[in-house]
Ligand binder design. Structure first.
Ligand code: ADP
Length: 452
């Protein structure tokens, strides 16, 4: 704009000087007798015109310098864009509407496996595998109409025959003359992304398959356990009946055999029940039957039930209860199950000393029960493992103590279902304390199975 104005002013000044000279000439022609005076006047006028021309010339020179500076700035700006184009990490191409390459940057040439200079003049379609060319051509004709096509996924083949997945973004840019248009392309090799997507899809499918397998396995276990439990109950019931009714007809040896059938049966039933519970917990099918009950009563009864086991090992069992309010809302059968698991473990893993059950209320909304023994204890490094299913710490102990390694896994999951938590403190050789914290009132919102 400034250059344009300055140019106009220079032209104006030349025009003024020309007009002055013309006026002078006319006056000389019209009145030749006044020539000497006119000459002096015209010299003066010419001087003024010359001075003005000098000023204009100076302005023009200045303008020229400014112009040169602007051209330099423009050139470096152009170079900057060229560098950006040239060294961009993605492939860039400019083609005509038919897809013939006019310009290409390094990345594009590298992707297509050819030097940039050889790329110019070639139709892009030659890098599309033959079987995909028809589809490519038909999409290409759509580009000018659509204006912009993004993430157009195409298989491309480099000059060396290497196939790769590319994502193309194409923009149609109208020519300056308004005739036709050229296309600006961005090429990106998405082979790695495609492979990653493929892997994710594969793992997702695997995961679904595994989930289904786990579900079927749990269903099968639940069904089998149920089928096994029914005859087991019959075996136990009839053995007990026989022991009671035929006590006088049977010899000591036979009674002993019946006792063994009964005890083994009970053990087997416990295993079946553990497996049934565990599979139900895993399948998310276990529900708590919430009711209000007296916790002190439940703790006392449970300890009494296991008293005979403790007595067989000459262990004393103490109960300390300090509860102002013994009423709780929970599933009494499941709380009993948790206590039986902790108490029977305490008895199982203690050879001398005592077991203590402590129940208190740390806050009015919370109940805490601790089962403490003076038994063999647990190594610190193994404490976290005991809550994992099928986990037993010592194989030789397992042989002498029996068990499935499911008791604590079930206990942990049940306690979590009750919105509570269980913690262990133990010293090898000095005993263990299993501490249970439960809300006084378990609500139905927590009444859903915890799937780990
Ligand atoms: P199990 O059916 O084998 O008793 P659990 O899940 O109840 O399975 O216990 C897992 C393991 O944790 C046991 O095999 C034992 O090694 C250890 N454990 C549990 N309770 C105690 C305890 N009171 N004292 C020492 N070790 C224990």
């Amino acid at each position: 704009m400034t250059f344009h104005l300055k140019g106009e002013r220079f032209t104006e000044k030349i025009e003024t000087a020309r007009q002055r000279a013309a006026a002078l000439q006319q006056r000389v022609t019209e009145s030749p007798q006044q020539q000497p005076q006119l000459l002096a006047g015209s010299l003066e006028e010419l001087k003024t015109a010359l001075e003005e021309l000098h000023v204009a010339e100076e302005e023009l020179r200045q303008q020229n310098e400014e112009l040169l500076g602007a051209r330099g700035a423009l050139e470096s700006e152009r170079q900057r864009y060229l560098d950006l184009f040239e060294f961009a990490p993605d492939g860039y191409l400019v083609t005509d509407a038919a897809g013939t390459i006019r310009e290409a940057n390094r990345a594009a040439a590298e992707l297509l496996g050819i030097l940039p200079t050889y790329l110019v003049g070639k139709p892009l379609i030659i890098f599309v595998p033959e079987e995909a060319r028809r589809a490519f051509r038909s999409q290409l004709t759509q580009v000018p109409k659509l204006g912009l096509v993004q993430e157009w996924e195409v298989r491309l083949k480099s000059r060396q025959g290497k196939l790769f997945n590319a994502a193309l973004t194409v923009a149609s840019v109208p020519d300056k003359q308004g005739k036709g248009s050229s296309l600006r392309w961005m090429l990106r090799d998405i082979t790695a992304r495609k492979q990653a997507e493929e892997k994710i899809r594969y793992y997702h499918l695997q995961n679904l398959r595994l989930q289904e397998e786990v579900r079927l396995k749990s269903q099968f276990l639940a069904l089998m356990s149920h089928e096994l439990r029914t005859p087991m109950n019959a075996i136990l019931g009839f053995t007990q009946l026989l022991m009671r009714q035929a006590q006088h007809q049977l010899g000591q040896n036979q009674i002993h055999m019946l006792e063994r059938i009964f005890n083994s049966g009970k053990h087997l039933l416990k295993l079946i029940e553990d497996i049934l519970d565990f599979s139900k917990l895993e399948a998310g099918k276990l529900e708590l039957n919430l009711e209000e009950f007296d916790l002190v009563e439940l703790v006392t009864q449970t300890v009494e039930e296991l008293q005979s086991l403790a007595q067989q090992k000459h262990l004393e069992v103490h109960i300390h209860v300090s509860l102002d309010n013994p009423c709780v809302v929970n599933d009494s059968n499941r709380v009993r199950q948790v206590l039986v698991n902790l108490l029977s473990n305490a008895i199982k893993f203690t050879d001398s000393g005592s077991i203590t059950v402590d129940a208190c209320e740390p806050t009015p909304d919370q109940i805490a029960i601790a089962v403490k023994d003076t038994g063999i204890g647990i190594e610190e490094s193994e404490i976290q493992q005991i809550f994992q299913e099928f986990r037993q710490l010592s194989q030789s102990l397992t042989r002498t103590h029996g068990g499935t390694g499911l008791g604590l896994a079930i206990t942990d999951r049940l306690v979590r279902m009750m919105d509570g938590k269980i913690q262990v403190e133990s010293q090898p050789g000095e005993g263990s304390t299993f501490r249970l914290e439960l809300p006084r009132e378990v609500t139905s919102s927590s009444n859903t199975a915890v799937i780990v």
